[in-house]
Design a protein around this ligand. Structure first.
Ligand code: BGC
Length: 389
């Protein structure tokens, strides 16, 4: 039996600037890659050269039947020095938006996806006194190219960023990098402040729907640990979902599910079914995430802004996504207001220090930059053009 989706449903795939563009020489991540090379961190280098090849990427999407593309604009390119804005880079991202629109793809634009300018890092990153002001100044400039964009994400996964930046903070204090840590509260609060500072401004200057995206862990309690579970889930997730109650939409991002015991999140053991990330194979995670998100944010519309699997086996990608999409269809039938599904990722991209995890619907030859669509790309494109499973 075929299951159809609401009209105007967005079907697309997602990327982030630093993971696909290449040569983001002025970003904190570029530097981190050099500093951490001895610890096995690989460089992004030319990445997939999408900085120059975005037109081809978008054309592939449109021709395969998709109607949306989520991508991010790179702060470190747009503001190479504090208060110095590059008109040429702003124009570059405007061309990306125009290209998407001309191909019939609805652009979903992320303003901050994990990376920031080197100068921002050197001034203490998000803990610097004026970090929110600096981010707001950048976003104000970014608004000048967002005309006609309907969906704007301010910050990608503030809850994950507060964990990774919190870890870096510990290392800077001479402590070991913490495993399975919760978000650093102070840094998390900065993100909330930053989001609240820019959201009304973007809405006013561009008329776009504004929200942020939250990594949903689809946490589950272990028997007898319900209280600990509630505490952990609040700190890692609900605190950030709560913020979205004031927004026009919320981006749900889901990959796997994890249990919580008396000590917190239970590290996932090695298992033959694990994905290349070492995560449990949990195609049901998206359904759990959507139901929980609805409980927290009520009627705020949801976009699935990321969902996917790092695997070398494309049939497994299709199997995983089939379960996730059916659970999403159930969620819609049960009254959850979901407006679109953006698969992570369009391309096999730079997975933050590593090239092995392949999340893409399209493989890329990293010498020639040739794009090689996998069967899952046409498979999901067909669902997109039918608007039905
Ligand atoms: C991030 C992506 C990342 C993906 C897979 C999300 O946390 O937004 O940038 O590649 O998950 O790890």
């Amino acid at each position: 039996m075929s299951r159809s989706f609401p009209s105007d449903f967005l079907w697309g795939a997602a990327t982030a600037a630093h993971q696909v563009e290449g040569n983001n020489l002025n970003s904190d991540w570029w530097r981190l890659e050099q500093l951490a090379a001895d610890y096995g961190v690989q460089p992004s280098g030319d990445a997939l050269d999408s900085y120059h090849r975005y037109g081809e990427d978008m054309r592939l999407l449109a021709e395969a039947g998709y109607n949306a593309y989520r991508f991010s604009i790179e702060w470190s390119r747009i503001e190479p020095l504090p208060g110095v804005f590059s008109r040429a880079e702003l124009a570059h991202y405007r061309r990306m938006i125009d290209t998407a629109v001309s191909l019939g793809l609805t652009p979903v634009v992320t303003l901050h996806h994990f990376s920031h300018p080197l100068w921002f890092e050197e001034r203490g990153a998000w803990l610097a006194e004026d970090s929110v002001e600096a981010f707001t100044r950048y976003v104000e400039q970014a608004c000048s190219i967002l005309d006609g964009v309907e969906w704007v994400v301010t910050i990608n996964e503030p809850n994950v960023l507060a964990i990774t930046h919190g870890g870096q903070r510990q290392v800077a204090q001479g402590k070991p990098y913490p495993m399975n840590a919760l978000p650093d509260q102070e840094i998390g609060d900065r993100f909330i402040e930053a989001h609240r500072s820019v959201a009304p401004m973007i809405r006013k200057l561009t008329g776009a729907k504004v929200g942020w995206t939250v990594a949903n862990q689809a946490l589950t309690p272990t028997p007898g640990n319900e209280e600990k579970f509630a505490e952990v889930r609040y700190l890692i997730e609900d605190k950030y979902l709560d913020v979205s109650r004031d927004d026009d939409f919320l981006g749900v991002q889901s990959y796997t599910s994890q249990p919580v015991d008396a000590n917190g999140i239970v590290p996932h053991p090695e298992h033959p079914d694990n994905t290349i990330m070492g995560w449990a194979y949990r195609p049901d995670a998206l359904g759990i995430a959507l139901r929980h998100t609805k409980e927290v944010v009520g009627d705020v519309p949801i976009l699935v802004t990321e969902n996917g699997i790092a695997t070398a086996d494309d049939e497994r990608r299709i199997a995983y996504t089939t379960v996730a999409l059916n659970d999403m269809a159930d969620a819609i039938e049960n009254g959850i207001d979901i407006r679109g599904y953006l698969h992570w990722s369009l391309l096999d991209n730079f997975e933050w220090g590593h090239w092995e995890p392949t999340f893409g619907l399209i493989a890329v030859d990293r010498e020639t930059f040739e794009r090689h669509p996998k069967p899952s790309f046409a498979w999901l494109g067909k669902i997109a053009s039918d608007n039905a499973l």
